[in-house]
Design a protein around this ligand. Structure first.
Ligand code: PRP
Ligand code: URA
Ligand code: MG
Length: 216
């Protein structure tokens, strides 16, 4: 998908395989080892889809048959930035595809009462303004945390069109708000949920991603 009003939003193909993976991680009976395993499979698909949208340049190589192959190679350098804590779960999926990729961290926590994000810490690669940035966070609920993290990146000189926000589940209102704030950022997601509950959790959602991946 990438059509108006969702220009720059790429929803993973809603295949039965993908639906099966989401069925497992959304099931409250799924225990942590399976939650991690199947989330990691979705994360890998998101990373691969993000890589599909990086710009390339023509590259011709000679094969062992002494013939030329008209190929492409990636232009530019990338880095990852995870929104701590839950976003850190997506770092390994990025590393599995991009060997020794640089990874920055932004610590943003939602206030449990108000659901408003608070920025505590950022540590980003020095040359981040020269890079394509894969921003990592599995959950987009109100959109507040992702917006705050994207503002940090832009303040550090990253161009919005070089940011790829990778996300497992987003709410309709969250994606609308984020997309309105940053129409040039590319959003790669696997699921679009119908809304938020009174605690600003995604519905149907899956509960607290960070708790399920790391703690419970
Ligand atoms: C979660 C999630 C996002 C944010 C989404 O993090 O990982 O960062 O909430 O909500 P929003 O779109 O309404 O801002 P949380 O602050 O709960 O911290 P955690 O990563 O430690 O679970
Ligand atoms: N954070 C989560 O982990 N889950 C939600 O549904 C919303 C924010
Ligand atoms: Mg949380």
């Amino acid at each position: 998908m990438s059509s108006e009003p969702y220009k720059n939003v790429y929803l993973l193909p809603q295949t039965n395989q993908l639906l099966g993976l989401y069925t497992i991680i959304r099931d409250k009976k799924t225990a942590r080892p399976d939650f991690i395993f199947y989330s990691d499979r979705i994360i890998r698909l998101l990373v691969e889809e993000g890589l599909n949208h990086l710009p390339v340049q023509k590259q011709i190589v000679e094969t062992d048959t002494s013939e030329n192959f008209d190929g492409v190679s990636f232009m530019g350098k990338i880095c990852g930035v995870s929104i701590v804590r839950a976003g850190e779960s997506m770092e390994q999926g990025l590393r599995d595809c991009c060997r020794s990729v640089r990874i920055g961290k932004i610590l943003i926590q939602r206030d449990e009462e108000t659901a408003l994000p608070k920025l505590f810490y950022e540590k980003l690669p020095e040359d981040i303004s020269q890079r394509y940035v894969f921003l990592l966070d599995p959950m987009l609920a109100t959109g507040g945390s992702a917006i705050m993290a994207t503002e940090v990146l832009i303040k550090r000189g990253v161009k919005p069109e070089r940011i790829y926000f990778l996300n497992l589940i987003c709410s309709k209102e969250g994606i609308d708000k984020y997309h309105a704030a940053f129409p040039d950022v590319k959003i790669v997601t696997g699921a679009l949920d119908r809304g938020l509950d009174e605690h600003k959790y995604l519905v149907p959602g899956l509960g607290d991603f960070g708790d399920r991946y790391y703690c419970v």
